[in-house]
Design a protein around this ligand. Sequence first.
Ligand SMILES: *Cc1c(COP(=O)(O)O)cnc(C)c1O
Length: 378
Amino acid sequence: MSKVYLSSPHMSGNEQPYIQEAFDLNWVAPLGNNVNGFEQELSSYNGVAHTTVLSSGTAAIHLALRILEVEPDDHVFVSSLTFVATANPVLYEHANPVFIDSEPDTWNMSPVALERALQDFDKAGQLPKAVIVVNLYGQSAKMDEIMSVCNSYGVPVIEDAAESLGSEYKGQKSGTFGHFGIYSFNGNKIITTSGGGALVSNDEAAIQKARFLSTQARDPAVHYEHSQVGYNYRMSNIVAGVGRGQLEVLDQRVQQRRAVFKRYYDAFHQIDGISFQPELEGTYSNKWLTALTIDPKQTGVSRDHIIESLSENNIEARPVWKPMHLQPLFEGSIYYPHQIDDSVSEKLFKDGICLPSGSNLAIEDQERVIKIILVVLN
Ligand SMILES: *Cc1c(COP(=O)(O)O)cnc(C)c1O
C-alpha cells in the first residue's frame, strides 16, 4: 500500500522551461526575469497592484509587520485557529499577540470577538498595530465584517492567504482585502515553488519597502551603506521559475481539490454527527484541505480513532490546527472567544480532522480513505 499524504507537491511539467531559461541566461540568482515575471503574473491573477516574492510566507508576514512599524510591547490581533507561522513573526518583533476565536460559519476570525477586543483595547488606549486574519484551509473569512470593524478603528489588516490562493470572496481574490496579503508556496500548499512566499498590496511604497528590507536594506550608495535592519528574504530566480510553471495550473489545481472535497462530501455528509467546514455563501474556496468535525456522541467514534485507523493503513490525516491560545509558546496571551462562554476554535480542535486532499490524490486512494472511515463509523 503506497503512502497517501495529506497534501503533497504536484508538479505540472511547465516549470522546467522557466528553470532552463534561468540556467541558459546564467540568471540563477539573485533576481532576474523569473522573479519579475512571477511577480507580474501573480499581481494580474489576483487583481492586486503590487507583489513581491520572498523566501516564505512567514517572511512575508514578518515584513508586513515591520512596514506597519510593529514595535516591542505593541499588540497584534491574530486568528487563533491557524498554523504557528501566522503568529511567530509577532514574537520576532517582541510584540504581544492577542488571539481572536473563530465563528462557526467559516471557522475563521469571529467579527464579534474582534469587535469586543478592539473596544477593550481602544478603551485602554492600546489599539493593535495590525490584525492578522487567516483564511483557513482555503475558506475566506467574513472579510466585509472584518474590514468594516477594522476600518472603523483605523487598524490595518494583514490577510494571511497562505492556504487560500485561488479562493474568492464575493468575486474578489482571497488575499487582496487587507492593507497586505500574504501567500505561501511551501511544499504542501495548493501550488509550490518547493518553498517561498509573496507579499501583495495596492500600496506601492509599501511593496518597495518590502523589496528593500528583503534584500538586506541597502541604502543607495556604491559602497554598502545601512541604516536599518534588513533580511535575506528575497525569492531566487530559479525558485520563481518553478512558481511561474505552477501558477499556470493553479485554476486546475483548485478544481481538482474541489473535486476531492466533493467526493468526501458525497460519501459522508448525510451521516449524523459529521459536519464539513462550511463554504459561506458568496465565497469560493480552493478547498486546500477537506476539513470536517466528527461528533463522538452522535457517531460513537472519536476523531483520534479515525486518524489512527487511517495511519494503520499508511494514510496521513491530521487534527484541525491546535489553536494558538492553547499552545505552550503563547501561554499567558490574551484570548477573545466568539462569545464569552463559547470558544468555537476549541470545539473545532477537539473534533476536527483534515483528510488527504492533494490535487494528485488518485481516485482509488481516495476511495480507500473513504472505505476505511465508513468501516470505522459502522
Ligand atoms: C503555510 C502557512 C504559513 C507559512 O508559510 P511558509 O511559506 O511555510 O512560511 C502561514 N500561515 C498559514 C495559515 C499557513 O498555512
